[in-house]
Design a protein around this ligand. Structure first.
Ligand code: GLN
Length: 546
């Protein structure tokens, strides 16, 4: 029977529970244990797929096509836990399932209630994850903050869980904030005491406190929290802000004894810890041999979480090449207002990420034109590829009013359009082309060279596609279709052989990048930007002096 770790958060949101949970998973895996990870989100949307990036940040897509919370991205980047639909549940999903059961008459005439029916449903999804093969530890992160009305059924369910399987098989970790008050010149432990008080009211006594803090916590403060929160002194673990890299988090938790504490508490049969790989990674990050700048031009550029996996994937490619990457987050609407020269001239590469809706599209098209004409390495992702097709159609093929039917239904040249099967769909949730799909790469192409493979699988999340009617015309003007679905019916990758590095993909390669295994296209793009930078240093072009 697997052991269970439950991670809750207190005091404020955005404490980095996902990152901490992922770090715990990673450290346990490094001790030879088989781990499964899961997030339970208290909001009512069935999944984050219908939420704006401003509300929720990026929607993270799994191989099986589920649209999940971005914390699952941390889980995949840090651990080898296989993630599926069973790895992310929301209140909406839980209730949907309970209500469907009620309609089928499965509750045999009983009144359906939060306790026990909703809590039983929650417990069943926790249990299900532990039955996924040979599992030593299931880590379940509860979204939201203790004290929220909507998270109560989840907390009640995890309280009951230890009654069901035995307290010795469960561990409750509470992540909290120990703020520094400038006026008082000291750290404050009271919010933590209150937050733990609220958990205990529900009937959960945390075993371990992980304290997020800007400054080191004194022994006195740790003793105070141990006493007031009823946990052993050594179970008050400090997790100080990391200004260098998130990949330092697991190392700092280990330095503070967290892995050993978990192993002992749950009586796990674990190997000694070996973090040499991870340390090596950080060493590479600390000793860059190159420095480049990449412009990411998007609609949500000012929102850090909206393109989370893209920034992470760039970082991984940077670590791989021992290259420090300065990322310029540029609003595509600013490109429309100020022009690409002013905003993009100094950069060594341009990345245009995915997106929905018309706002800022013309700025993306202009940015791509600039990169194409100036020989700046360009990497387009999903909407980024669609914009590259629009730009090429208008400025190279001569189809002046070319557009995507997503933005102009009546365009005379619909180079991007809806697939027939998408035309009938009216529901918004979970109805796009989603998840892992195979692509076959053309011999001799940049894509094939970069992947070092002819068959790949990448994750998708889109409705619109390249319109095959235009393939020949585009090819005659020099655009190469270097990746397609195995039956050749869907365009997956386009590239421009006459350009130093110009490649755009209909899928989302960023979801499969790990610090220990950078995604090949990101690694190739960063390598091209490094060459561009070196070339500029050798013979500065006028635009690099802007
Ligand atoms: N809006 C485009 C589509 O639905 C692109 C989607 C995306 O970039 N993820 O096809």
């Amino acid at each position: 029977m697997p052991k269970h770790i439950f991670v809750t958060g207190g005091v404020v949101s955005s404490l980095g529970k996902g990152l901490t949970s992922a770090s715990i998973g990673m450290v346990l895996e490094q001790r030879g244990l088989s781990v499964r990870m899961q997030k339970l989100d208290p909001y009512i949307n069935v999944d984050p797929g219908t939420m704006s990036p401003y509300q929720h940040g990026e929607v993270y897509v799994l191989d099986d096509g589920s649209e999940t919370d971005l914390d699952l991205g941390h889980y995949e980047r840090f651990t080898n836990s296989p993630l599926t639909r069973n790895s992310n549940y929301t209140t909406g999903q839980i209730y949907l399932s309970v209500i469907e059961k009620e309609r089928r008459g499965e509750f045999l005439g009983k009144t359906v209630q939060v306790i026990p029916h909703v809590t039983n449903e929650i417990k069943s999804v926790i249990k299900k994850l532990g039955e996924d093969g040979d599992v030593d530890v299931v880590i379940t992160e509860i979204g939201g903050t203790v004290g929220d009305i909507e998270s109560q059924p989840f907390l009640e369910a995890i309280r009951q869980y230890s009654l069901d399987i035995g307290k010795q098989h469960c561990l409750y970790i509470h992540l909290t904030l120990v703020p520094y008050l400038k006026a008082a010149g000291e750290l404050k432990t009271k919010p933590t005491q209150h937050s733990v008080g609220q958990l205990r009211e529900i009937g959960i006594q945390p075993d371990i406190l992980i304290c997020r803090t800007e400054r080191s916590i004194s022994r006195d403060d740790r003793e105070k929290m141990a006493l007031f929160c009823n946990v052993p002194f050594e179970a008050v673990i400090e997790e100080k802000d990391k200004d260098f890299s998130i990949y330092e988090v697991p190392l700092s938790l280990v330095e503070n004894g967290l892995d050993e504490l978990i192993v002992q508490n749950l009586n796990l049969d674990a190997d000694p810890l070996d973090l040499n790989n991870w340390r090596d990674l950080l060493r590479r990050l600390r000793n860059p041999q190159h420095e480049i700048s990449i412009a990411v031009v998007g609609k949500y550029a000012e929102h850090f979480d909206a393109y989370k996996s893209i920034y992470e994937a760039l970082d991984h490619a940077g670590m791989h090449h021992q290259c420090q990457i300065r990322i310029g987050r540029i609003l595509s609407e600013d490109v429309e207002r100020e022009g690409p020269e002013r905003l993009l001239a100094g950069y060594d590469g341009l990345l245009v990420p995915g997106g929905f809706g018309e706002r800022g599209v013309e700025g993306k098209v202009e940015a791509i034109r600039f990169a194409r004409e100036k020989g700046i390495p360009f990497f387009g992702i999903c909407l980024g590829m669609q914009c590259a097709a629009i730009e090429f159609a208008r400025n190279v093929v001569g189809l002046e009013k070319a557009h995507s039917t997503e933005f102009d239904k009546d365009t005379p040249h619909p180079v991007i359009c809806l697939l027939d099967e998408q035309k009938q769909i009216t529901d918004m949730g979970g109805t796009m082309r989603l998840g892992a799909q195979p692509a076959v790469l053309a011999p001799g192409s940049l894509a094939r060279d970069v992947y070092e493979d002819s068959d790949v699988s990448e994750r998708h999340r889109h409705r619109y596609e390249f319109n095959n009617v235009y393939r020949q015309q585009f090819a005659a003007h020099g655009l190469s279709f270097s990746g397609a679905s195995p039956d050749n019916s869907l365009v997956e990758i386009v590239e421009l052989p006459s350009h130093p590095w110009f490649l755009a993909v209909q899928f989302h390669p960023e979801f499969k990048s790990k610090p220990t295994k950078p995604q090949p296209l990101f690694a190739g793009f960063v390598a091209a930007a490094i060459s561009r930078h070196a070339q500029k240093e050798r013979s500065p072009a006028p635009e690099s002096q802007v």
